[in-house]
Ligand binder design. Structure first.
Ligand code: ARG
Length: 382
């Protein structure tokens, strides 16, 4: 295989903002409603207490989401970005492993949750929910293609947890609000600490530094695994916490870096006090996102994510950001910060739990590994 050593490796993304060359955009084809399981208790938003639907999503819901995903594809292509899509997958099929059974799987709308590019490496997450156990499959053909195309590309698959009953804290979903408040600093959620568990979307990339949110979908063993796997490769892995988020899952509606020195921060979910100096002492500014246009009650009935999907933006470069079409207050803020703001309608994708960042997986951006935190205290591997 002839690879020009001067060229950008086929897989190359060190942060969330460098100029984008190639990306995977998710697809709603074959999507199912997420099943109730120990790691997830989906609820209809209208407050009716109606049972959450099961099985395949209706054709119209899939068509509406696919239309908006196609709009994002077209917008990215118009920016000169190569766009790839997942392979079809039978999400309606039930799963039975030695440790669990689940009636159906979920979808391939949010590759971000499963897959992450860390420099020239592709990493597949363990995942934290049964219905998402095999969610890497729609991306494997692409992974093989990238891996075969360039010897500089490496590929790591995290150990699969059992997802047995014992991996979960079953009563988590029934804790009363006061108990949640009391436990907020303990950071104990629906997964126990016994096995290595993480979703890829709990990470955010800042060159040499990667932050990882401890959450309902990533536990401390998962963060230790990431540290021991990535630190020998020259990364520094930092656990982060947002104590006011009682149901944390995936960092990209909470803390979103936009360019060197600038993070879009969720005003209702401040970062833990002792974790802020890493940013402020290295010249980073946090700018608070404005209130989203929709309230939590106005989000689509089957959407399990919060109104803060508003801030789930996708960077095409450190100067250009894609934002949901109706999020005018955020668009205005970004313009005032000297970003060119591109917009695309995306609200029908919300019911699949994500917006523009969730629904994508960046494969290649220009740029190399930089140190954006030159004054960091030394942190030994935990
Ligand atoms: N838990 C987040 C919220 O409700 C949603 C995160 C969605 N991100 C994702 N990568 N699927 O605010």
């Amino acid at each position: 295989m002839m690879v020009n050593p001067e060229s950008i490796p086929v897989v190359n993304a060190w942060n969330e903002w460098d100029p984008l060359r190639e990306i995977v955009v998710g697809s709603a084809t074959g999507a199912c409603f997420e099943p109730t399981e120990p790691g997830n208790r989906p609820q209809v938003r209208d407050g009716s207490g109606a049972p959450f639907p099961k099985g395949l999503k209706p054709d119209e819901a899939i068509a509406r989401a696919n239309e908006e995903l196609a709009g994002l594809v077209a917008l990215l292509q118009a920016q000169g970005v190569t766009v790839r899509r997942p392979e079809p997958h039978d999400f309606g099929r039930s799963l039975k492993t030695p440790a669990f059974e689940v009636e159906n799987q979920y979808c391939s709308v949010c590759p971000r949750d499963v897959m992450i590019t860390l420099g020239n490496e592709i990493l597949e997450a363990t995942m934290s929910r049964r219905a998402r156990y095999f969610e890497y499959e729609p991306y494997r053909k692409l992974v093989y293609e990238y891996w075969e195309a360039d010897p500089r590309v490496s590929w790591t698959v995290a150990p699969k947890p059992t997802m047995a009953d014992s991996m979960y804290r079953k009563d988590f979903w029934d804790w009363p609000m006061e108990e949640r408040h009391a436990r907020m600093h303990a950071h104990e959620y629906c997964i126990t600490q016994d096995e290595v568990v993480f979703d890829a979307a709990d990470m955010s990339r800042f060159g040499k530094d990667v932050i990882v949110q401890e959450s309902m979908t990533t536990n401390r063993a998962g963060i230790r695994w990431l540290k021991r796997t990535l630190e020998p490769k020259g990364f520094r892995v930092h656990p982060v916490h947002f104590p006011l988020d009682y149901f944390p899952s995936h960092i990209d509606c909470t803390f979103v870096p936009l360019r060197p020195g600038l993070v879009l921060a969720n005003p209702e979910r401040p970062i833990r006090e002792d974790e802020l100096p890493m940013f402020t002492e290295n010249g980073w500014k946090l700018v608070e996102a404005p209130q989203p246009v929709l309230s939590n009650e106005e989000m689509p009935a089957y959407c399990q994510s919060s109104k803060w999907l508003s801030m789930n933006v996708l960077s095409v470069s450190p100067h250009t950001v894609i934002c949901e079409e109706q999020e005018k207050p955020l668009q205005d803020l970004l313009s005032s910060l000297d970003f060119e703001v591109l917009t695309v309608p995306f609200r029908h994708v919300f019911e699949y739990g994500g917006s523009l960042h969730c629904a994508t997986w960046d494969i290649r951006r220009e740029g190399t590994r930089e140190d954006y935190f030159p004054s960091l205290p030394y942190q030994p591997v935990a």
